[in-house]
Design a protein around this ligand. Structure first.
Ligand code: GLU
Length: 325
């Protein structure tokens, strides 16, 4: 009997020591092959410059918490963060104000209405919804400390720290958005009327738009995400970028509001906190393990990248990454 127990213990310890890592590269390559020819969806066209981007671009990156990078496709192509910038602005105000103040000022509930809904601003008891709909995202930027220049320095330094590189603003996208974002200015003014905006509205809308226009590659995006997967710490510099107890706050808002009004369906199917942007990027986090980023400009009706969602879902399934399982 004793010999049998010792043998089982030995086998378990051997299998732990020699636990084989999943073949991340093969899974990513397969995801790329599966969805490369999926032509559904259309580029965002309410921002004219985004409509011009080549719809065939498709790229995927997965980075593990020990910093290993796996990629496929158009990994050199840059695209604007758009709504994904909201994740890192939220992280920033959590650091500056703490999670109680942020919840009080910005909320964390899904609106059940489109990301740029004026109706939601009017109907919701706190008027804001959460930091990932445009109302809450612009209010987030309005909270960031300092004057316009200081706010921008803080926002861009924060994005650069997550990415571990110096990111640039895509001036063409920024100009195009500024020429067509009257709707966002209207939302900000409405919030101001409700006492829910914390700086000059046009200054904050401009900075919010500039942050949305920051260009990344799919690898930059996965590097930004892996900090959240790694409990707020960079796997490269080992610097604690986001205080550990705020990471779950960010992931919670990603889980409930990261994919616009289909966030519930996404969580039901894939079970991962994620955030997409109308530039075609999507970032999903597997806490303690890895981050998956994908980029492809054509979007479904809700505003989420078609190939990006398919690829992340495939990879998450293959790696049994659903956090509810
Ligand atoms: N800058 C875009 C806007 O405010 C971001 C939208 C998005 O990616 O969801 O309309």
């Amino acid at each position: 009997m004793l010999i049998k127990i010792l043998l089982v213990a030995f086998l378990i310890s051997i299998s732990t020591v020699f636990a084989v890592e999943p073949d991340y590269q093969a899974i990513i390559d397969q995801a790329y092959d599966n969805y490369h020819y999926d032509n559904r969806g259309e580029n965002a066209n309410y921002i004219p410059a985004l409509a011009q981007v080549n719809p065939n671009y498709f790229a995927i990156a997965l980075i593990t918490v020990d910093g290993k990078i796996y990629t496929a496709g158009a990994t050199k192509v840059k695209f604007p963060l758009e709504s994904i910038s909201k994740v890192f602005n939220l992280a920033l105000v959590l650091q500056q104000f703490g999670n109680i103040e942020v919840l009080k000022k910005l909320g964390a509930n899904a609106t059940g209405l489109p990301f740029n809904s004026i109706l939601a601003v009017k109907l919701q008891p706190n008027h804001i919804g959460n930091p990932f709909v445009n109302a809450g995202a612009m209010a987030t930027v309005s909270m960031i400390k300092g004057n316009a220049n200081q706010k921008w320095t803080t926002i861009s330094n924060n994005l650069n720290t997550y990415a571990g590189t110096t990111l640039e603003v895509n001036q063409v996208i920024d100009k195009s958005e500024n020429e067509t974002n009257q709707h966002n200015h209207a939302i900000a003014k409405l919030l101001e009327a409700y006492g829910k905006f914390y700086s000059d509205t046009s200054m904050a809308v401009d900075l919010y738009t500039k942050a949305c226009s920051v260009d990344v590659t799919v690898t930059d995006l996965a590097k930004m995400g892996v900090v959240l997967a790694n409990h707020g710490k960079s796997p490269y510099t080992h610097k604690q970028i986001l205080q550990v107890n705020y990471v779950s706050n960010v992931l919670a808002v990603m889980a409930t509001a990261g994919l616009y009004d289909t966030s519930g369906n996404w969580l039901y199917k894939v079970g991962l906190p994620a955030k997409s942007g109308v530039g075609g990027g999507i970032l999903a986090i597997v806490p303690g393990k890895f981050a998956i980023a994908a980029f492809s400009p054509p979007l479904d009706e809700t505003g989420n990248s078609v190939r990006g969602q398919e690829a992340v879902q495939y990879i998450a399934n293959q790696l049994k990454a659903n956090i509810f399982n």
